[in-house]
Design a protein around this ligand. Structure first.
Ligand SMILES: [Zn+2]
Length: 79
């Protein structure tokens, strides 16, 4: 059985870029890239979509992936 998270893999951009979201077509900050792989092998890259925050989270919900736009700041917890 195909693993959805492997076939549709979300990646975070290190820095957001301001351009058109490939899903909702609005020009906004782009947070994610969705890598789309061949469904049979889930190893070969077919293409990718650049997604805004809302669409990235939505795609995370669809693929049941753990999506976050938060940088890991908890490690630097000054008390
Ligand atoms: Zn969008």
């Amino acid at each position: 059985m195909m693993e959805l998270k492997k076939a549709l893999a979300l990646e975070n951009f290190a820095q957001t870029v301001y351009r058109k979201c490939d899903c909702c077509k609005r020009v906004r900050d782009i947070y994610f890239r969705l890598n789309i792989r061949d469904a049979k092998s889930t190893s070969m890259l077919v293409g990718s979509l650049e997604l805004c925050k809302d669409c990235g989270y939505n795609m995370g919900d669809i693929t049941n992936a753990n999506v976050s736009t938060e940088k890991v700041l908890e490690e630097f917890n000054f008390e």
